[in-house]
Design a protein around this ligand. Structure first.
Ligand SMILES: [Zn+2]
Ligand SMILES: [Zn+2]
Ligand SMILES: [Zn+2]
Length: 171
């Protein structure tokens, strides 16, 4: 059985047989040089923490110490959560959150109410609680991001007006 070690880049716990750190994307393959999927002449620099694509300096970027491919470089991540939805409308975000929960995702909301914060043990400061004009943000665990984003997209395209129709369910 694999035992836990600390990633030497981000200090998160990973199993000692990991090929890469799922938290920051650092590669951990020993005894072999790993090359980029897209640019076979380039050595790989890391793994996109969203889609797990192996990237080199040309097709990957590092944001706050974590690796992303160019497709996912703008995905906002906090700890082990990735943002799938952002809105100034709390009601829209509530529906998105309920939808994602109904199909089995773990969901965290940010700035949902006047408390501003329902983070699961996140260690946030009172500053964010006082700022109720921030956009409402919906997060899922990073490993669930790709599925959740796709399902959310399909669901939203089937809603003509997610603000109104969804809430008006005839008894
Ligand atoms: Zn790491
Ligand atoms: Zn990616
Ligand atoms: Zn590359």
């Amino acid at each position: 059985m694999a035992s836990l070690i600390k990633c030497s880049y981000c200090s998160e716990e990973i199993t000692d047989d990991s090929d890469f750190c799922p938290h920051c994307g650092a590669l951990y393959i020993r005894d072999a040089e790993i090359y980029c999927d897209e640019h076979p002449q380039n050595k790989a620099g890391g793994v996109c923490i969203i889609c797990h694509k192996v990237c080199c300096d040309e097709c990957g970027v590092e944001v706050d110490g974590r690796s992303f491919c160019l497709v996912h470089q703008n995905v906002k991540v906090e700890q082990d959560w990735a943002e799938v939805f952002e809105s100034s409308e709390i009601s829209d975000a509530e529906m998105v959150k309920s939808f994602l929960e109904s199909i089995g995702h773990k969901v965290l909301g940010h700035n949902f109410n006047s408390m501003g914060f329902i983070w699961g043990g996140g260690g946030d400061s009172p500053v964010s609680r006082s700022n109720i004009n921030k956009p409402v943000r919906v997060f899922v665990p990073i490993p669930e991001y790709l599925d959740a984003a796709r399902e959310l997209e399909e669901w939203r395209s089937s809603q003509t007006d997610i603000g109104m129709d969804y809430a008006r369910i005839d008894p």
